[in-house]
Design a binder for this molecule. Structure first.
Ligand SMILES: O=C(O)CCC(=O)C(=O)O
Length: 286
């Protein structure tokens, strides 16, 4: 297949509830070495002949679209997170640099929207081995959840050093940067986005025993955003109620007690009981 215009694509989802929740938590999924050596080598030679920052002519190459853009493991993840008939990329960037080189500043890409809605996925492909010496992309897991301040500049993220043929899928607003490289070589990294075209629904692989109340959404500072994203992706954003503090979905509200506080509900109570702070059985909360 070639991509010459906006194109929708469909396939089966591969992620389960827990894996989708994990993506909400980290904003990141790594697939190591999923593209064949033959395609990686062809991609690198194409990029030698087309060294520009946006080698979009590669979308006219069937071998590339079929094996990289439509890589089955990648599209299964994309389908899980963006729903059926998602849009294929229309632009591709090559973050090609001559190493050695210093690290970039942390940034999220232009027009990032922070919040629970996942309308795009930003995907990175390494056509060549990208060890530490070649300055792999560094990502800051969890940084896609809310607007981040510049003082993160000192923070260490996760270095995506990986073999040729690796692809990683990220939430578009995740903070990332090219890390410092020490080797002497040309380094290529292709980046492109898939788009949502349908309203979200929980139409990935549902786990029979998945418990929306009992799931671990994390601690203070992130649990609410993670739960909001998971509920939005599940098409259940109207069912989510929280008053913050020590209420659901904060991890501490999952203390060993049979009092179910902070339970999401699929009906709309007038005064929701779902966000009450946790109380010990038999005690009143003042
Ligand atoms: O080259 C990299 O590793 C990341 C660069 C990038 O994604 C960017 O500049 O937006």
């Amino acid at each position: 297949m070639k991509i010459s215009a906006r194109t929708a694509y469909d396939c089966d989802p591969v992620l389960t509830d827990s894996q989708v929740l994990d993506f909400c938590r980290t904003g990141f999924i790594m697939l190591e070495g999923v593209v064949s050596t033959e395609i990686n080598l062809r991609t690198v030679s194409f990029l030698e002949e087309h060294p520009q920052g946006e080698p979009t002519a590669i979308f006219a190459e069937e071998w590339f679209v079929d094996n990289v853009i439509l890589n089955a493991q990648t599209t299964g993840i994309v389908r899980s997170l963006l729903g059926p008939g998602f849009g294929l990329p229309i632009l591709i960037s090559n973050h090609r640099v001559q190493c050695p080189m210093g690290a970039q500043n942390w940034h999220h890409d232009g027009d990032s929207n922070f919040g629970p809605e996942v309308h795009y996925l930003q995907v990175f492909y390494y056509p060549q081995d990208t060890p530490m010496e070649l300055g792999p992309t560094e990502v800051l897991p969890g940084s896609h959840l809310s607007q981040t301040q510049r003082e993160i500049d000192d923070q260490c993220g996760l270095l995506t050093a990986a073999p040729a043929g690796s692809i990683f899928v990220t939430a578009y607003p995740i903070l990332h940067r090219r890390s410092r490289s020490t080797a002497s070589a040309t380094r290529n990294m292709l980046k492109y986005s898939y788009w949502r075209l349908m309203h979200p629904d929980r139409d990935w692989i549902a786990e029979a025993d998945f418990d929306f109340h009992g799931a671990d959404y994390g601690g203070h500072g992130s649990a609410r955003s993670i739960a909001q994203m998971f509920f939005w992706l599940s098409g259940k954003e109207d069912a989510l109620r929280t008053i913050g503090g020590q209420a659901w979905p904060y991890s501490g509200s999952r203390a060993k007690t049979s009092v179910k506080t902070g339970t999401p509900t699929y009906t709309r109570p007038k005064m929701s009981p779902i966000a009450l702070p946790i109380v010990k059985q038999g005690q009143r909360h003042e």
